[in-house]
Design a protein around this ligand. Structure first.
Ligand SMILES: [Zn+2]
Length: 260
């Protein structure tokens, strides 16, 4: 009897530890990976990509991305005590890639190819807050599951810094790659990142109406050359409709943030 209750207690403690409450939406996520392990994977993947991509040196653009990113990051931190973010913002000089992502630990990448789609700072904040939303919700590790994590972690700990490892992490975070099969974020993940993103941008003082404008514009721009971000981010009218339902609350948060 005693053994059973001890086991039940240990199990309960374990399950409680694995239960993560997603900021903004309040959803309970079951995550087997510790924040430390998750951050190690994020850093590993980020370093590989920083080595392989061309980093933009243009000061003005880098400064703009960093300034917007840090405003969003400050809000993300308020909602994620214990996550110990180590923010880094890198712009990759790749006009063919209309993409952005954020890895665990706050390792953000923006490709120059997405810049023409963001008509102002609030629209750029839309992109960054959405990606930071995925990281804050810990979608990657939630989706990777235990088996993959154990495999990838084993390789990381085995110190074989390889592109395959980085790709596994990036794939889990919805980043396309030629070396690894890309598992796009689920539709629910996208809705959740949209919801978190709009909340974060509004609280950071960016007009949430610009989020609707950005996604409408970005989705409409598809056609023959579908931006990479769209191929991993499902587009549909429902998405815009959902975003619009978040507007009233977020407009209030925005007005509060800018003191209107
Ligand atoms: Zn997304």
């Amino acid at each position: 009897m005693r053994h059973i209750s001890l086991f039940a207690l240990a199990l309960a403690a374990f399950l409680l530890q694995a239960c993560y409450t997603v900021p903004v939406t309040g959803r309970s996520a079951f995550i087997m990976t510790s924040v430390e392990e998750e951050k190690a994977l994020g850093l590993e993947a980020y370093n590989v990509y920083k080595t392989n991509e061309v980093i933009l040196t243009d000061y003005a653009i880098n400064n703009r991305i960093k300034t917007i990113g840090q405003r969003i990051a400050k809000i993300a931190e308020q909602d994620t005590p214990g996550m110990e973010w180590d923010w880094e913002f890198t712009v990759f000089n790749d006009n063919e890639t209309a993409n952005a992502w954020c890895l665990p630990g706050g390792k953000v990448a923006v490709y120059t190819g997405i810049l023409p789609y963001a008509k102002n700072d609030a629209q750029l904040a839309t992109v960054m807050a959405h990606e930071i939303g995925h990281a804050v919700a810990r979608h990657g590790v939630e989706r990777m599951g235990t088996e993959t994590m154990v495999g990838v972690l084993g390789s990381v700990i085995g110190s074989s810094v390889s592109e395959a490892n980085a790709d596994a992490v990036l794939a889990a975070y919805g980043v396309g790659s030629s070396l690894f099969v890309t598992l796009p974020f689920s539709r629910d993940d996208e809705y959740e990142a949209d919801q978190i993103g709009m909340n974060f941008m509004a609280r950071a003082g960016y007009d949430p109406n610009e989020a609707i404008k950005f996604w409408e514009n970005f989705m409409a721009s598809g056609g023959s050359s579908v931006p990479e971000m769209l191929s991993t981010h499902p587009s549909d009218a429902n998405r815009i409709a959902k975003l619009k339902t978040y507007l009233p609350d977020n407009e209030a948060l925005y007005k509060k943030a800018v003191g209107k």
